[in-house]
Structures are given as C-alpha cells and as structure tokens.
Design a binder for this molecule. Structure first.
Ligand code: 3PY
Ligand code: MG
Length: 254
C-alpha cells in the first residue's frame, strides 16, 4: 500500500517525528505504533547523510518514510525521493513561486522538472523497471506544502491550484506566531481553530491531502473532523519522556 492509498483509506494516519540522526534510533521509532515516520531536516538534526542511512531503517519495519526538508532547499526534495521517501514536507511555502519551485523538484515532466536518478529508492522498491518508476512516481509520491503563515493562508487556493502540489501540512506553532503577530506561541490557540478548519476543508475540497502537527493528542479527533488525514505527534524526546514517566509512575504505584 502506498502512502497515498493509506491517506485515502478513510482512517487517520499518524506520523512519528524524528530529529535524532541515528539509524538505530529511527529504526526503534519505526517499530512504535505510527504508520509513518518523518525525518526532520528543518528543526531536527537530520542531514543529507543521516536521511540516506535512515530511510531503510523505516522501510525495514514496513512504515512509510517522509522527509521534511529545510526552508527553500527544493534540491533536497528530489534527493529525498531518490532515496526512497514517499512524501516530502516543505516548510514555509509562502508564495505561489515557492509552491511552483517545490512542485518542479518533486515531479517528473510533464508536471515538473525532477531530474532522473532513482539511485537507492528504485532498487529497494517493488517497482519492476525504470519505465514503471518513471510512469508511477508522480502519483506515488506526495508533496506537502506547509501552510504556517498569514501569507500562505491568504494564498491557499492559489497554492492548492499548483500542479504537482499534492497536499498541505499545517504548522500550528508557526501559524500561532504569525496569527498573533509574534505575541504568542500557542499551537492550540482557540482563536485560529476556525482558520485551521478552513484550511483542512478547502484542501480536501480541492482534492488534495491535508496533514497537520498536533502538540496535544487530545486535539487529534478535532483535527480529524476538520478533514486532516495525517497527524504528526511528538518526537524522540516526547516518546522517551512519556514512556519513562509512565514506567516510573507504574513502578512507584506498585
Ligand atoms: C509548526 O507547528 O510550525 C511546525 O512546523 C510543526 O512541525
Ligand atoms: Mg513550522
């Protein structure tokens, strides 16, 4: 099942978030209950070498690998796909030009300008030959444009309209900073929930995927009802902290 098939299945998928550039750590995270694992090159410590090594640590346990690239590094979007990522999340897509450049790097012609070189993703895949890879990559891979500023929200329909942009990914932390003109960091700010619902609804109406980061698991049902199909939660530190807290609490209560 491709990630696109999974997101279309009607059941919300959860993605783990990895910021520690270590193969065994990523493999361990891949064995947790998430359907997807995202390697974060924007705020996490992942880099070109670590993502090359960590994608197989995700596909090994049968999970879908996703990479968030640094701001504006659209060259890295193509490289992420060549390495076998099924989706790429591009932060701070704040103009139609940003969206076009991202889509161009993500899709082979005639949609975009992705350059040929499926060095590692292809031999590890179930795709039988290069012709099939060329014919199916554009539909098997997902480009998520991050909507996390007022400028991006204002251009939402135009960004959704760009050929080769398959979906949006809302960053509620940055969105809250933009929403309050820098006065607050509050990814669960009630005042912006209408806008977050509007983004999810409009993306789905346009036939595109909708994804978001949740900082509180209690908000996930609400995001699902807004149309969001993939929700990111926590990172390695969260998984260690929550696990350790539960373990210690259970031990102290015994
Ligand atoms: C944000 O909330 O701004 C994000 O980028 C989530 O990763
Ligand atoms: Mg952000």
């Amino acid at each position: 099942m491709t990630l696109a098939d999974r997101l279309n299945s009607g059941t919300v998928s959860f993605t783990a978030w990895s910021g520690i550039p270590d193969t065994l750590t990523v493999e361990s995270v891949s064995r947790l209950g998430f359907e997807v694992v995202t390697l974060d090159m924007q705020h996490g410590a992942h880099h070109e070498d670590s993502v090359a090594r960590c994608v197989p640590a995700i596909t090994g346990p049968g999970k879908h690998p996703v990479i968030r690239i640094p701001v504006g590094r659209f060259d890295m979007a193509s490289r992420a796909l060549d390495l076998g990522a099924e989706a790429v999340i591009a932060p701070m897509i704040n103009s139609v030009e940003d969206a076009r450049r991202f889509a161009a790097a993500m899709k082979y012609p005639p949609v975009g300008e992705r350059s040929w070189g499926p060095t590692f993703g292809f031999p590890r895949s179930s795709v039988k030959d290069h012709a099939e890879w060329l014919a199916t990559q554009n539909s098997r891979t997902i480009s998520f444009a991050m909507i996390e500023t007022r400028a991006a929200y204002g251009l939402l329909d135009e960004i959704l309209d760009v050929a080769g942009i398959d979906g949006i990914f809302v960053g509620p932390s940055d969105f809250s900073i933009a929403w309050t003109s820098g006065a607050a960091l509050n990814p669960n700010l009630e005042d912006m929930m209408g806008a977050i619902a509007d983004i999810g609804t409009r993306a789905r109406k346009a036939g595109k995927f909708a994804a978001i980061f949740a900082t509180d698991p209690k908000i996930c049902g609400r995001y699902a009802s807004m149309g969001y199909q993939m929700i990111a939660m926590g990172n390695e530190q969260t998984y260690m902290r929550v696990g350790a807290e539960n373990l210690i609490a259970a031990a102290r209560a015994a």
